[in-house]
Design a binder for this molecule. Sequence first.
Ligand SMILES: [Ca+2]
Ligand SMILES: [Ca+2]
Length: 170
Amino acid sequence: MGSRPVGVVLLIPNAPPSDFYLVDGDPRGLFAIDQATGRLTTAAPVDREQVEEHALTVVAVQTDRSFASCHVVVTVTDVNDVVPTFIDNDLSIIEVPDDAAVGRALYKVRAWDADSGRNGQLRYTLEDRSSYFAMDPEDGTLHLARPFGDLGRASGNTFQLKVTIEGTFK
Ligand SMILES: [Ca+2]
Ligand SMILES: [Ca+2]
């Protein structure tokens, strides 16, 4: 899974001289705050596919022991770092009647990519020597592309199709 560089500055507070503490919202120690300057940075790689939003609480304590707290929400933006995978089995067996109409949807290949938005879009490509079949490249639906008529009696024929997927922007 993807990660972001450590040490990215997320916040520089505008506050009078204080001691700063990160007191809540970071159970895994992904963030660090400089006690003297209040500079909030990443201390470990963050990954949107694990946690998309971190709600942190920062406390500033002054020398007279007065203190104030503030909430900082860190939203992790997505990078295209996940490769798509098939949900279906390696081998799917489909039976098609020999009088099936051209354009009829026969099967839908399912796959997914945990990235968000355009980073998670997939493209389906069909390998089919028979050219009887076609696939919607965007949603993985398998169609009949031409009638079986020229086979004479189509019944009993077996066709082997191969589908590959790629992340559109990978
Ligand atoms: Ca992706
Ligand atoms: Ca990602």
